[in-house]
Design a protein. Structure first.
Length: 144
């Protein structure tokens, strides 16, 4: 089913077909200027159709590339967050065992700051990635 972007392309194709049919049915008594004008119009429409076809091809290529990049970067950021949270888990586990064994630990304020900033960073990074991978509205206006 054609979408809104294809409507000018389809309308232009219909116009070219109609013009080609009219050119084939030129009456014998028509002047040479009318025929030349119609041929020029036909050629202009054909050139415009070629340009629109090329533009649609470029858009499709850009969308495919955009989807591939989104997959790549969302996967990389996911694993960065997994590593970040795992490192924090290792630090908390080390802090727990240090307390049980009577070793020196980080001050309570340092641990609170570390947990708070890590949580905010992870949530913020996930929010940014989610907005990029699942854009809302017109994607062309979001990229500008």
């Amino acid at each position: 089913m054609p979408n809104d972007n294809d409507k000018p392309f389809l309308q232009l194709s219909d116009a070219i077909r109609a013009l080609a049919e009219l050119s084939a049915q030129v009456p014998e008594d028509s002047s040479k200027l009318e025929v030349d004008g119609e041929r020029r119009d036909f050629e202009n429409l054909r050139r415009r159709e070629d340009l629109l076809t090329e533009e649609v091809g470029v858009r499709v290529k850009n969308l495919k590339q955009d989807v591939a990049l989104r997959k790549t970067y969302s996967n990389r950021i996911f694993w960065l967050i997994v590593a970040w949270v795992s490192g924090l888990g290792v630090l908390l586990t080390a802090q727990f065992f240090a307390a049980r064994m009577g070793l020196e630990r980080f001050p309570k304020e340092t641990m609170i700051a570390l947990l708070a900033t890590t949580s905010v960073n992870v949530i913020g990074l996930l929010h940014i990635v989610a907005r990029y991978v699942f854009p809302s509205g017109n994607s062309e206006s979001d990229n500008s």
